[in-house]
Design a protein around this ligand. Structure first.
Ligand SMILES: O=C(O)c1cc(=O)[nH]c(=O)n1[C@@H]1O[C@H](COP(=O)(O)O)[C@@H](O)[C@H]1O
Length: 224
């Protein structure tokens, strides 16, 4: 079985991205490429990263009107990413159209509440109540829209999985015990995230900023 650990390759520099992937390729289950990478390197960069033979998670967090998102998803068809993100807050029609526009090889997952936000941040953007209530609401929306799964923190994944047993759950904001939180606010350890029902874990800086990224990935893998 392939590792549930996906490494977030957050850099605009293709050479650095290739170097990181080369170091960790035997200890991760996939490569997550995000906005930083895609804005700088586009389709060409993704094709280069596909050469490592690992599944590609294209994390573009699309969020616009349904027509625009559907056309953007269509424009990504040739890349056939294993996983693609959209924002659940785009609403039901946007989610349905994104799913319909994706190729059958791509799991479309909806970002619920970013792991960098806590209850106070949600209040600032007009969402009262707790992060977990908002995650539950958006998870229901994504499920009803026919998506494959959601992105949420390890604090909510068990609760969501109870209502969506066959959902695909991406958990970022994962930190080894005692690791630096950075801008993450709702973080759990890799082991906790898996025990609570994560399908895959996304880990960036704890690996990419480590003196020895390969060792860092192996140490995380050993806890799983
Ligand atoms: O969709 C994501 O992957 C994502 C959603 C979320 O709520 N929080 C979150 O941190 N992420 C991504 O997960 C990665 C986390 O990176 P680190 O905090 O460095 O481990 C980054 O690439 C984020 O873009």
């Amino acid at each position: 079985m392939s590792s549930p650990l996906y490494v977030a390759i957050d850099t605009p520099d293709l050479g650095k991205a290739q170097n990181l992937a080369q170091q960790v390729r035997h200890h991760v289950g996939g490569l997550k490429l995000g906005l930083e990478f895609f804005c700088a390197n586009g389709h060409h960069g993704v094709h280069e990263m596909m050469k490592f033979g690992l599944p590609i998670f294209l994390d573009l967090k699309l969020h616009d009107i349904p027509n625009t998102v559907a056309k953007a998803v269509q424009a990504l068809h040739m890349l056939e990413p294993a996983i693609l993100t959209v924002h659940a807050a785009g609403g039901r029609a946007m989610l349905e159209d994104a799913k319909a526009a994706a190729g059958i090889k791509t799991k479309v997952v909806a970002v619920t509440v970013l792991t960098s936000l806590d209850d106070a941040d949600l209040l600032d953007i007009g969402v009262g109540g707790k992060a977990e209530d908002q995650v539950r609401r958006l998870a229901d929306l994504a499920q009803n829209a026919g998506l494959d799964g959601i992105v949420c923190s390890g604090e909510e994944v068990a609760m969501v999985k109870k209502h969506w047993p066959d959902g695909f759950f991406v958990v970022p904001g994962v930190r080894p015990a005692g690791g630096a939180m950075g801008d993450q606010k709702r973080a759990v350890t890799p082991r906790q995230a898996l025990d609570r029902g994560a399908s895959i874990l996304v880990v960036g800086r704890p690996i990419s900023l480590a003196e020895n990224p390969d060792l860092a990935a192996r140490e995380i893998e050993a806890t799983l």
